[in-house]
Design a protein around this ligand. Structure first.
Ligand SMILES: [Zn+2]
Length: 464
Protein backbone atom coordinates (compact mmCIF):
# COMPACT_ATOMS: atom_id res chain seq x y z
CA UNK A 1 0.00 0.00 0.00
CA UNK A 2 1.65 3.21 -1.12
CA UNK A 3 0.96 6.31 0.88
CA UNK A 4 -0.87 9.38 -0.29
CA UNK A 5 1.10 12.02 -2.14
CA UNK A 6 0.42 15.74 -2.39
CA UNK A 7 1.87 17.93 -5.12
CA UNK A 8 1.87 21.22 -3.28
CA UNK A 9 2.36 24.84 -4.17
CA UNK A 10 2.06 24.79 -7.93
CA UNK A 11 -0.02 26.32 -10.66
CA UNK A 12 -2.14 23.65 -12.33
CA UNK A 13 -2.51 24.05 -16.09
CA UNK A 14 -4.72 21.83 -18.26
CA UNK A 15 -7.78 22.03 -20.48
CA UNK A 16 -9.80 23.37 -17.54
CA UNK A 17 -7.56 26.44 -17.35
CA UNK A 18 -4.86 27.73 -15.04
CA UNK A 19 -5.29 27.87 -11.26
CA UNK A 20 -3.30 27.70 -8.04
CA UNK A 21 -4.03 24.28 -6.57
CA UNK A 22 -2.55 21.30 -4.78
CA UNK A 23 -3.06 17.82 -6.18
CA UNK A 24 -3.80 14.80 -3.99
CA UNK A 25 -2.73 11.43 -5.37
CA UNK A 26 -3.89 8.11 -3.98
CA UNK A 27 -3.24 4.64 -5.40
CA UNK A 28 -1.91 6.07 -8.64
CA UNK A 29 -4.85 8.33 -9.35
CA UNK A 30 -5.65 11.97 -8.78
CA UNK A 31 -8.31 12.22 -6.08
CA UNK A 32 -8.48 15.98 -5.44
CA UNK A 33 -7.35 19.22 -7.08
CA UNK A 34 -7.88 22.16 -4.73
CA UNK A 35 -5.96 24.65 -2.67
CA UNK A 36 -4.68 23.91 0.81
CA UNK A 37 -4.66 20.12 0.73
CA UNK A 38 -3.13 18.72 3.92
CA UNK A 39 -3.07 14.97 4.57
CA UNK A 40 -1.25 13.58 7.60
CA UNK A 41 1.53 11.20 6.62
CA UNK A 42 1.35 11.97 2.92
CA UNK A 43 4.49 12.29 0.84
CA UNK A 44 4.89 15.81 -0.46
CA UNK A 45 6.26 16.98 -3.78
CA UNK A 46 6.98 20.68 -3.53
CA UNK A 47 6.08 22.25 -6.86
CA UNK A 48 7.92 25.40 -5.80
CA UNK A 49 5.57 27.68 -7.69
CA UNK A 50 6.12 25.85 -10.97
CA UNK A 51 3.50 24.52 -13.33
CA UNK A 52 1.74 21.26 -12.54
CA UNK A 53 0.62 19.80 -15.85
CA UNK A 54 -0.68 16.48 -17.15
CA UNK A 55 2.17 14.19 -18.18
CA UNK A 56 2.95 14.56 -21.85
CA UNK A 57 1.33 12.14 -24.30
CA UNK A 58 3.41 11.54 -27.41
CA UNK A 59 1.22 9.82 -29.99
CA UNK A 60 3.98 9.37 -32.57
CA UNK A 61 7.03 7.29 -31.68
CA UNK A 62 9.02 4.56 -33.45
CA UNK A 63 10.93 2.55 -30.87
CA UNK A 64 13.09 -0.33 -32.08
CA UNK A 65 11.91 0.13 -35.65
CA UNK A 66 13.85 -1.91 -38.20
CA UNK A 67 14.65 0.11 -41.33
CA UNK A 68 16.51 -2.18 -43.68
CA UNK A 69 19.82 -3.19 -42.13
CA UNK A 70 19.59 -0.75 -39.21
CA UNK A 71 17.18 -0.15 -36.32
CA UNK A 72 16.06 3.10 -34.72
CA UNK A 73 18.35 3.85 -31.80
CA UNK A 74 15.86 3.73 -28.92
CA UNK A 75 14.04 0.64 -27.75
CA UNK A 76 11.11 0.76 -25.33
CA UNK A 77 13.44 1.00 -22.35
CA UNK A 78 15.66 3.86 -23.46
CA UNK A 79 12.84 5.56 -25.34
CA UNK A 80 10.39 5.63 -22.46
CA UNK A 81 13.16 6.55 -20.00
CA UNK A 82 14.01 9.53 -22.19
CA UNK A 83 10.29 10.33 -22.39
CA UNK A 84 10.01 10.34 -18.58
CA UNK A 85 13.04 12.61 -18.21
CA UNK A 86 11.42 15.08 -20.58
CA UNK A 87 7.99 14.96 -18.92
CA UNK A 88 6.18 12.52 -21.19
CA UNK A 89 4.33 9.75 -19.38
CA UNK A 90 2.56 7.98 -22.22
CA UNK A 91 3.62 7.15 -25.76
CA UNK A 92 1.65 5.61 -28.60
CA UNK A 93 4.08 3.74 -30.82
CA UNK A 94 3.48 2.53 -34.37
CA UNK A 95 3.37 -1.28 -34.45
CA UNK A 96 4.39 -2.86 -37.74
CA UNK A 97 7.52 -2.55 -39.82
CA UNK A 98 6.14 -3.42 -43.24
CA UNK A 99 3.51 -5.69 -44.68
CA UNK A 100 3.50 -8.38 -41.96
CA UNK A 101 0.06 -9.61 -40.73
CA UNK A 102 -1.36 -7.30 -38.08
CA UNK A 103 -1.54 -10.01 -35.42
CA UNK A 104 2.18 -10.61 -35.89
CA UNK A 105 3.00 -6.89 -35.76
CA UNK A 106 1.01 -6.41 -32.56
CA UNK A 107 2.53 -9.49 -30.89
CA UNK A 108 6.04 -8.35 -31.86
CA UNK A 109 5.49 -4.86 -30.43
CA UNK A 110 3.98 -6.20 -27.20
CA UNK A 111 7.07 -8.40 -26.83
CA UNK A 112 9.35 -5.40 -27.38
CA UNK A 113 7.58 -3.23 -24.82
CA UNK A 114 6.66 -5.73 -22.12
CA UNK A 115 9.12 -5.75 -19.23
CA UNK A 116 10.99 -2.77 -20.66
CA UNK A 117 8.78 0.30 -20.72
CA UNK A 118 9.25 2.83 -17.94
CA UNK A 119 6.01 4.74 -18.62
CA UNK A 120 2.68 3.67 -20.10
CA UNK A 121 2.33 2.95 -23.77
CA UNK A 122 -0.21 2.14 -26.43
CA UNK A 123 0.02 1.10 -30.05
CA UNK A 124 -1.27 2.23 -33.41
CA UNK A 125 -1.26 -0.35 -36.17
CA UNK A 126 0.14 0.27 -39.63
CA UNK A 127 -2.36 -0.83 -42.27
CA UNK A 128 -1.02 -1.80 -45.69
CA UNK A 129 -3.99 -3.88 -46.90
CA UNK A 130 -7.64 -4.41 -46.01
CA UNK A 131 -10.28 -6.92 -47.10
CA UNK A 132 -12.10 -5.74 -50.23
CA UNK A 133 -15.48 -6.53 -48.72
CA UNK A 134 -16.58 -3.57 -46.50
CA UNK A 135 -18.07 -5.80 -43.78
CA UNK A 136 -14.81 -7.72 -43.51
CA UNK A 137 -12.82 -4.49 -43.41
CA UNK A 138 -14.99 -3.22 -40.54
CA UNK A 139 -14.57 -6.55 -38.72
CA UNK A 140 -10.80 -6.14 -39.05
CA UNK A 141 -10.97 -2.69 -37.41
CA UNK A 142 -13.30 -4.02 -34.71
CA UNK A 143 -10.68 -6.68 -33.98
CA UNK A 144 -8.06 -3.94 -33.52
CA UNK A 145 -10.37 -2.14 -31.08
CA UNK A 146 -10.87 -5.37 -29.11
CA UNK A 147 -7.10 -5.40 -28.63
CA UNK A 148 -7.21 -1.84 -27.24
CA UNK A 149 -5.75 -0.45 -30.46
CA UNK A 150 -8.10 2.27 -31.69
CA UNK A 151 -6.00 4.00 -34.32
CA UNK A 152 -4.24 3.02 -37.51
CA UNK A 153 -1.90 4.71 -39.94
CA UNK A 154 -1.96 4.38 -43.70
CA UNK A 155 0.86 5.63 -45.89
CA UNK A 156 0.28 7.53 -49.12
CA UNK A 157 4.06 7.33 -49.69
CA UNK A 158 6.68 4.55 -50.02
CA UNK A 159 5.15 2.53 -52.91
CA UNK A 160 7.42 -0.49 -52.48
CA UNK A 161 7.01 -0.95 -48.73
CA UNK A 162 3.94 0.69 -47.28
CA UNK A 163 1.79 2.76 -49.66
CA UNK A 164 -1.93 2.06 -50.05
CA UNK A 165 -4.15 3.00 -52.97
CA UNK A 166 -7.18 5.26 -52.71
CA UNK A 167 -9.60 2.30 -52.63
CA UNK A 168 -7.87 0.90 -49.56
CA UNK A 169 -7.85 4.28 -47.82
CA UNK A 170 -11.54 4.73 -48.67
CA UNK A 171 -12.39 1.34 -47.15
CA UNK A 172 -10.34 2.20 -44.07
CA UNK A 173 -12.23 5.47 -43.64
CA UNK A 174 -15.58 3.69 -43.98
CA UNK A 175 -14.48 1.09 -41.43
CA UNK A 176 -13.27 3.88 -39.16
CA UNK A 177 -16.68 5.54 -39.20
CA UNK A 178 -18.32 2.29 -38.11
CA UNK A 179 -15.84 1.22 -35.44
CA UNK A 180 -14.34 4.37 -33.92
CA UNK A 181 -10.83 3.32 -34.95
CA UNK A 182 -9.09 6.53 -35.95
CA UNK A 183 -7.47 6.74 -39.40
CA UNK A 184 -4.14 8.59 -39.53
CA UNK A 185 -2.34 9.25 -42.79
CA UNK A 186 1.26 9.88 -43.75
CA UNK A 187 0.42 12.49 -46.37
CA UNK A 188 2.99 12.62 -49.14
CA UNK A 189 2.03 11.69 -52.67
CA UNK A 190 4.22 8.63 -53.20
CA UNK A 191 4.01 8.43 -56.99
CA UNK A 192 5.13 12.03 -57.44
CA UNK A 193 7.95 11.59 -54.94
CA UNK A 194 9.15 8.47 -56.79
CA UNK A 195 9.24 10.37 -60.08
CA UNK A 196 11.16 13.28 -58.56
CA UNK A 197 13.58 10.93 -56.77
CA UNK A 198 14.26 9.09 -60.03
CA UNK A 199 14.99 12.33 -61.84
CA UNK A 200 17.30 13.63 -59.10
CA UNK A 201 19.32 10.43 -58.81
CA UNK A 202 19.59 10.12 -62.62
CA UNK A 203 20.93 13.68 -62.68
CA UNK A 204 23.58 12.77 -60.11
CA UNK A 205 21.92 14.68 -57.29
CA UNK A 206 22.43 11.96 -54.70
CA UNK A 207 23.12 13.89 -51.47
CA UNK A 208 20.75 15.07 -48.72
CA UNK A 209 20.66 18.49 -50.40
CA UNK A 210 18.35 17.01 -53.07
CA UNK A 211 15.70 15.97 -50.55
CA UNK A 212 13.71 19.23 -50.25
CA UNK A 213 13.14 19.27 -54.00
CA UNK A 214 12.06 15.61 -54.29
CA UNK A 215 9.66 15.79 -51.34
CA UNK A 216 8.31 19.33 -51.83
CA UNK A 217 5.46 20.80 -49.80
CA UNK A 218 3.19 20.47 -52.85
CA UNK A 219 3.22 16.66 -52.56
CA UNK A 220 2.12 16.97 -48.93
CA UNK A 221 -0.70 19.34 -49.84
CA UNK A 222 -1.80 17.13 -52.73
CA UNK A 223 -1.93 14.02 -50.55
CA UNK A 224 -3.91 15.85 -47.86
CA UNK A 225 -6.43 17.07 -50.45
CA UNK A 226 -6.84 13.54 -51.80
CA UNK A 227 -7.23 11.94 -48.36
CA UNK A 228 -9.57 14.68 -47.17
CA UNK A 229 -11.73 14.16 -50.26
CA UNK A 230 -12.01 10.46 -49.43
CA UNK A 231 -12.77 11.25 -45.78
CA UNK A 232 -15.48 13.68 -46.81
CA UNK A 233 -17.03 11.11 -49.16
CA UNK A 234 -17.02 8.49 -46.37
CA UNK A 235 -18.27 11.00 -43.77
CA UNK A 236 -15.27 9.90 -41.71
CA UNK A 237 -12.66 11.63 -39.58
CA UNK A 238 -9.07 12.01 -40.81
CA UNK A 239 -5.89 12.70 -38.82
CA UNK A 240 -2.81 13.96 -40.62
CA UNK A 241 0.45 12.99 -38.92
CA UNK A 242 3.60 15.14 -39.01
CA UNK A 243 2.27 18.11 -40.97
CA UNK A 244 5.36 19.95 -42.19
CA UNK A 245 4.42 22.83 -44.47
CA UNK A 246 2.35 25.96 -44.93
CA UNK A 247 0.91 24.43 -48.12
CA UNK A 248 -0.13 21.31 -46.23
CA UNK A 249 -1.66 23.45 -43.50
CA UNK A 250 -3.63 25.35 -46.11
CA UNK A 251 -4.99 22.05 -47.44
CA UNK A 252 -6.07 21.10 -43.90
CA UNK A 253 -7.79 24.44 -43.39
CA UNK A 254 -9.55 24.26 -46.75
CA UNK A 255 -10.85 20.75 -46.06
CA UNK A 256 -12.05 21.78 -42.62
CA UNK A 257 -13.80 24.84 -44.01
CA UNK A 258 -15.56 22.51 -46.47
CA UNK A 259 -16.91 20.50 -43.53
CA UNK A 260 -14.42 17.62 -43.39
CA UNK A 261 -13.63 16.33 -39.90
CA UNK A 262 -9.87 16.68 -40.23
CA UNK A 263 -7.22 16.88 -37.49
CA UNK A 264 -3.53 17.60 -37.76
CA UNK A 265 -0.34 17.00 -35.83
CA UNK A 266 3.03 18.63 -36.33
CA UNK A 267 6.39 17.88 -34.73
CA UNK A 268 8.93 20.01 -32.86
CA UNK A 269 11.43 19.62 -35.71
CA UNK A 270 9.04 21.29 -38.17
CA UNK A 271 8.55 24.12 -35.68
CA UNK A 272 12.23 24.60 -34.88
CA UNK A 273 14.52 23.34 -37.63
CA UNK A 274 14.95 24.32 -41.28
CA UNK A 275 15.96 22.71 -44.53
CA UNK A 276 19.24 24.63 -44.58
CA UNK A 277 20.65 21.60 -42.71
CA UNK A 278 19.79 19.40 -45.69
CA UNK A 279 21.02 21.95 -48.18
CA UNK A 280 24.33 21.82 -46.32
CA UNK A 281 24.37 18.05 -46.91
CA UNK A 282 23.87 17.09 -43.25
CA UNK A 283 22.65 13.49 -43.27
CA UNK A 284 21.75 13.61 -39.56
CA UNK A 285 18.76 15.82 -40.41
CA UNK A 286 17.07 13.45 -42.86
CA UNK A 287 13.40 12.77 -42.13
CA UNK A 288 10.18 12.56 -44.12
CA UNK A 289 8.50 14.86 -44.77
CA UNK A 290 11.71 16.90 -44.87
CA UNK A 291 12.49 20.04 -42.88
CA UNK A 292 11.12 23.17 -44.56
CA UNK A 293 11.69 26.91 -44.56
CA UNK A 294 11.14 29.83 -42.21
CA UNK A 295 7.68 30.64 -43.57
CA UNK A 296 6.52 27.06 -42.99
CA UNK A 297 7.79 27.17 -39.42
CA UNK A 298 6.00 30.44 -38.76
CA UNK A 299 2.75 29.13 -40.25
CA UNK A 300 2.93 25.98 -38.11
CA UNK A 301 3.61 27.92 -34.89
CA UNK A 302 0.59 30.06 -35.70
CA UNK A 303 -1.55 26.99 -36.29
CA UNK A 304 -0.47 25.37 -33.01
CA UNK A 305 -1.34 28.64 -31.27
CA UNK A 306 -4.78 28.88 -32.90
CA UNK A 307 -5.56 25.19 -32.49
CA UNK A 308 -5.80 24.57 -36.25
CA UNK A 309 -3.01 22.08 -35.57
CA UNK A 310 -4.20 20.40 -32.41
CA UNK A 311 -1.31 18.08 -31.57
CA UNK A 312 2.47 18.30 -31.37
CA UNK A 313 3.95 14.78 -31.38
CA UNK A 314 7.50 13.80 -32.20
CA UNK A 315 7.84 11.06 -34.81
CA UNK A 316 10.74 10.04 -32.54
CA UNK A 317 12.90 7.79 -34.73
CA UNK A 318 16.57 8.61 -34.15
CA UNK A 319 19.55 6.78 -35.51
CA UNK A 320 23.14 6.78 -34.38
CA UNK A 321 25.57 8.69 -36.55
CA UNK A 322 27.20 5.37 -37.48
CA UNK A 323 23.90 3.82 -38.60
CA UNK A 324 23.07 6.87 -40.74
CA UNK A 325 26.37 6.35 -42.51
CA UNK A 326 25.84 2.60 -42.85
CA UNK A 327 22.59 3.31 -44.66
CA UNK A 328 19.57 1.04 -44.97
CA UNK A 329 21.69 -1.45 -46.94
CA UNK A 330 24.22 -1.67 -44.13
CA UNK A 331 27.33 -0.98 -46.21
CA UNK A 332 27.17 2.79 -46.63
CA UNK A 333 24.64 4.81 -48.60
CA UNK A 334 25.17 5.77 -52.21
CA UNK A 335 22.15 8.05 -52.57
CA UNK A 336 19.84 9.87 -50.15
CA UNK A 337 17.08 7.25 -50.45
CA UNK A 338 19.29 4.87 -48.46
CA UNK A 339 19.82 7.21 -45.50
CA UNK A 340 17.70 6.02 -42.56
CA UNK A 341 15.28 8.86 -41.86
CA UNK A 342 13.92 10.18 -38.58
CA UNK A 343 14.84 12.52 -35.75
CA UNK A 344 15.02 12.37 -31.98
CA UNK A 345 12.34 14.20 -30.04
CA UNK A 346 10.58 12.32 -27.26
CA UNK A 347 12.60 13.92 -24.44
CA UNK A 348 12.73 17.50 -25.75
CA UNK A 349 9.14 18.00 -26.95
CA UNK A 350 7.58 19.55 -23.85
CA UNK A 351 10.34 22.08 -23.41
CA UNK A 352 10.69 22.93 -27.10
CA UNK A 353 6.96 23.65 -27.43
CA UNK A 354 7.18 25.67 -24.21
CA UNK A 355 9.67 27.95 -25.99
CA UNK A 356 6.63 29.11 -27.97
CA UNK A 357 4.99 30.20 -24.71
CA UNK A 358 8.16 32.07 -23.72
CA UNK A 359 8.30 33.88 -27.06
CA UNK A 360 4.64 34.87 -26.75
CA UNK A 361 3.49 32.74 -29.65
CA UNK A 362 1.14 30.47 -27.73
CA UNK A 363 -0.71 30.36 -24.45
CA UNK A 364 0.10 28.08 -21.54
CA UNK A 365 -3.17 26.26 -22.16
CA UNK A 366 -2.38 25.66 -25.83
CA UNK A 367 1.04 24.29 -24.85
CA UNK A 368 -0.54 21.78 -22.49
CA UNK A 369 -3.40 20.99 -24.84
CA UNK A 370 -1.10 20.28 -27.80
CA UNK A 371 1.16 18.01 -25.77
CA UNK A 372 -1.37 16.08 -23.64
CA UNK A 373 -5.01 17.22 -23.70
CA UNK A 374 -5.67 16.93 -27.43
CA UNK A 375 -3.71 13.67 -27.90
CA UNK A 376 -5.76 12.11 -25.06
CA UNK A 377 -9.05 13.33 -26.52
CA UNK A 378 -8.23 12.34 -30.11
CA UNK A 379 -6.75 8.91 -29.29
CA UNK A 380 -9.19 7.31 -26.89
CA UNK A 381 -7.51 8.26 -23.60
CA UNK A 382 -10.03 10.85 -22.38
CA UNK A 383 -11.05 10.07 -18.82
CA UNK A 384 -7.77 8.19 -18.27
CA UNK A 385 -4.97 10.63 -19.01
CA UNK A 386 -4.42 14.13 -20.39
CA UNK A 387 -5.79 16.34 -17.61
CA UNK A 388 -5.29 17.04 -13.90
CA UNK A 389 -8.67 15.80 -12.71
CA UNK A 390 -9.97 13.52 -9.99
CA UNK A 391 -10.30 9.97 -11.28
CA UNK A 392 -7.56 10.22 -13.90
CA UNK A 393 -4.15 8.56 -13.73
CA UNK A 394 -1.72 10.62 -11.65
CA UNK A 395 0.56 11.19 -14.64
CA UNK A 396 1.82 14.60 -13.59
CA UNK A 397 4.75 16.84 -14.35
CA UNK A 398 6.10 19.64 -12.22
CA UNK A 399 7.59 22.01 -14.78
CA UNK A 400 10.03 24.69 -13.71
CA UNK A 401 9.62 27.57 -16.17
CA UNK A 402 13.01 28.97 -15.13
CA UNK A 403 15.14 25.84 -15.42
CA UNK A 404 17.62 25.84 -18.29
CA UNK A 405 18.94 22.84 -20.15
CA UNK A 406 21.34 22.18 -23.00
CA UNK A 407 19.90 19.83 -25.60
CA UNK A 408 23.11 17.99 -26.38
CA UNK A 409 22.93 14.22 -26.87
CA UNK A 410 25.40 13.83 -24.00
CA UNK A 411 22.86 15.41 -21.62
CA UNK A 412 19.82 13.56 -22.99
CA UNK A 413 18.78 9.93 -22.56
CA UNK A 414 18.20 8.70 -26.08
CA UNK A 415 20.72 6.10 -27.26
CA UNK A 416 21.30 8.22 -30.33
CA UNK A 417 24.58 10.10 -30.15
CA UNK A 418 23.19 13.06 -32.13
CA UNK A 419 20.52 15.49 -31.01
CA UNK A 420 19.11 17.59 -33.84
CA UNK A 421 19.17 20.46 -31.32
CA UNK A 422 22.86 20.11 -30.39
CA UNK A 423 24.07 23.30 -28.71
CA UNK A 424 20.57 24.67 -28.12
CA UNK A 425 19.82 25.95 -24.61
CA UNK A 426 16.14 25.99 -23.60
CA UNK A 427 14.41 27.59 -20.65
CA UNK A 428 11.79 25.50 -18.88
CA UNK A 429 12.25 21.82 -18.01
CA UNK A 430 10.40 19.18 -15.95
CA UNK A 431 11.71 18.89 -12.39
CA UNK A 432 9.53 15.97 -11.32
CA UNK A 433 7.72 13.41 -13.49
CA UNK A 434 5.10 11.19 -11.87
CA UNK A 435 3.72 8.14 -13.65
CA UNK A 436 0.58 6.84 -11.93
CA UNK A 437 1.77 8.57 -8.78
CA UNK A 438 5.31 7.18 -8.84
CA UNK A 439 8.31 9.44 -9.30
CA UNK A 440 10.09 8.33 -12.48
CA UNK A 441 12.31 11.35 -13.15
CA UNK A 442 13.77 14.22 -11.10
CA UNK A 443 15.51 17.24 -12.62
CA UNK A 444 15.55 15.55 -16.00
CA UNK A 445 17.28 12.41 -14.73
CA UNK A 446 15.74 8.97 -14.24
CA UNK A 447 14.61 8.23 -10.67
CA UNK A 448 13.44 4.74 -9.89
CA UNK A 449 12.42 4.47 -13.54
CA UNK A 450 12.11 0.70 -13.36
CA UNK A 451 11.90 -1.04 -16.74
CA UNK A 452 8.65 -2.98 -16.92
CA UNK A 453 6.66 -0.68 -14.65
CA UNK A 454 5.06 0.95 -17.71
CA UNK A 455 1.78 -0.67 -18.71
CA UNK A 456 0.05 -1.21 -22.01
CA UNK A 457 -2.89 1.17 -22.19
CA UNK A 458 -6.00 -0.18 -23.85
CA UNK A 459 -7.57 2.77 -25.65
CA UNK A 460 -11.28 3.29 -26.24
CA UNK A 461 -12.97 3.67 -29.62
CA UNK A 462 -12.95 7.31 -30.63
CA UNK A 463 -16.44 8.75 -30.69
CA UNK A 464 -17.27 11.86 -32.67
ZN1 LIG B 1 6.41 8.29 -38.08
Amino acid sequence: MTSDLVVRGGTVVDGAGTRRADVLVRAGRVVAVESGIAVAGADVVDAGGGYVIPGGIDVHTHFALPVGAVTSADDFESGTRAAACGGTTCVVDFAGAGREPWEEALATWHDRARGRAVVDYGFHLTVTELPVEPEAAARRFAAFAEQGVTSVKLYLAYPDRLMVDDDTLGRALAASRRTGVRVCVHAEDGATVETLVGEAVAAGRTGPDAIPSVRPAAVEAEAIRRAAGLAGAADASLYVVHLSSAAGLEAVRTARAAGTDIHAETCPHYLDLEQSHLEAGEQDFVCAPPLRGALDRAALWGAVASGDVEVVATDHCPFTAADRRRGTGGTGWTDFTQIPGGLSGVETRLSLVYQGVLSGQLSLERWVNATSGAPARLFGLAGVKGAVLPGLDADLVVFDPGATRTLDASRLHSRSDRSPYEGRVVTGWPVVTLSRGEVVAVNGEPADARPGRGRFVRRSPILR
